[in-house]
Design a protein around this ligand. Sequence first.
Ligand SMILES: [Zn+2]
Length: 260
Amino acid sequence: MIPHMQSLLGRIEAGQIGEADVYALERAAAVRHERMPPGALFCPVCQHSAVRFLPFGLAGRRQACCPRCGSLERHRFLWWVLGRHTDLLRRRHRVLHTAPEPCLRARIAALPGVRYLSVDRYDPAADIQAPLDCLPLADASRDVVLTSHVLEHLRDDKAALRELARVLRPGGWMAVMVPYDPALPATLEDPHLDDPAERLRRFGHPYHFRIYGADLPQRIAGAGFAVRVLDSRKVLSGHRRRRFRINRNHVLVCTRAAAR
Ligand SMILES: [Zn+2]
């Protein structure tokens, strides 16, 4: 969510600015490089300490954004999970990174053993421009998929999950992050709702179609995955959550079922 999304809403509703331009602004806003004295906070992505992090989001969420690499809480948790709870750093992988986050893209591409490919519907800097439910990639051609905060933008997320299952090899895995509230009995969604103001009101973002609830793991499993849910409050000690500034977040590590 870009800090000035609220100020853009009038233009979004009037059709004066398109989705692609809004995302371009979002990417630009994510790049932050500010000098900050070292201190008690530590960013596991760029490995630097800081006396404080920067505010982020509509409500100016405090201490959210690393001043050096621009990572947010969810990026720092994803990076931690990839390093400590998957084999990404230990084996050779053909990685597909969807809607690549500026703070993670180069770091993942530079990992030894990673053959990196990025995909985005709008970002001209991505290796491929394509929607997630129609990827110009061969069956079973990727070992790993990283997809963070993309599925909620898609009208038909089940089609995208099937497509990701198709391009992953059996035994390969994907890391998924989405707006997810396990306390919600079921996903709140309306794939037919086009009005950005109404989507902002109901789902917290003018281009989201849903907030996922307790049925999320089942929903992913339905596309042919074994799903492991990693909760930041269980994976990280309180000390690390405070030091890294990581709030409650979930990464779902989803392994593609082996061929029968
Ligand atoms: Zn950082």
